[in-house]
Design a protein around this ligand. Structure first.
Ligand SMILES: [Zn+2]
Length: 237
């Protein structure tokens, strides 16, 4: 009898938390990340016909979710997430801007090979793997002649090559998972940092593409680590 009572009480608490955090997080943010979670789930469909149909349905819904989210981002003044991403991909002082030639008229699109180290995704991997920027890593290599930093750069090249060929981001060994880093930093602009660890875990269970169960204890450790790394990033801008 007491076990039944305990179970009911726990259910009631969970329902209360869900309703509460939903009112404090921007709906456009929740909708966009839910859409990304649905996209990740599509990868588990093995039947090609079923995949095609589900993917077409997803694209239609995702386009609307993406438009609403982009508009919400556009309206944010002093977006924290934008500053964080700009710091991660910031070019070296002597790098020029990317100059992609316009497509020649009357011809199909032209594909240009790109230096991996110039790709934003390469610089994302540097930060997610080591918690430092590409600029800092190159400084350690080229100015300080730091052999460990050079080994790190080579490891990022191997990860990048893995992504070009057969690996997914989830297969890489990173300090911060891409999904969690992006959700938690993007969420700083949309109310996620106002949630308690329990509410945050409930929220991520619902919207995170990793589809794992998120424990409040894990998030209590992860959030301060990400905040510290991001503070260092934005303070040095
Ligand atoms: Zn997750």
């Amino acid at each position: 009898m007491s076990a039944i009572k305990k179970k009911r009480s726990s259910k009631a608490k969970s329902g209360f938390i869900r309703e509460d955090w939903r009112g404090r997080v921007d709906p456009a943010f929740l909708r966009w990340w839910s859409s990304r979670k649905e996209n990740a789930a599509l990868g588990k469909i093995t039947d090609p016909k079923q995949f095609e149909q589900k993917h077409t349905d997803w694209l239609r819904k995702a386009a609307a979710a993406n438009r609403a989210f982009n508009e919400a981002v556009r309206q944010k003044k002093n977006s924290v997430a934008t500053k964080i991403q700009a710091a991660i991909v910031k070019p070296l002082d002597i790098e020029g801007p990317l100059a992609i030639p316009p497509p020649p008229s009357g011809r199909d699109a032209v594909f240009y090979p790109m230096n991996p180290e110039l790709c934003p995704i390469f610089r994302d991997i540097v930060f997610l793997k080591y918690g430092i920027t590409f600029r800092d890593l190159i400084w350690q290599i080229d100015i300080e002649k730091n052999a460990t930093a050079h080994r790190k750069l080579m490891a990022v090249h191997r990860d990048y090559w893995g992504l070009l060929t057969k690996k997914r981001f989830a297969d890489l060994k990173l300090k911060f998972s891409l999904d969690h880093f992006q959700i938690l930093t993007s969420g700083l602009d949309f109310g996620l940092d106002k949630l308690t660890p329990d509410e945050l875990a409930d929220c991520l269970d619902e919207i995170c593409p990793c589809s794992q169960k998120h424990s409040p204890e894990y998030l209590k450790k992860l959030c301060p680590r990400i905040k510290r790394a991001c503070n260092l990033l934005t303070e040095n801008q």
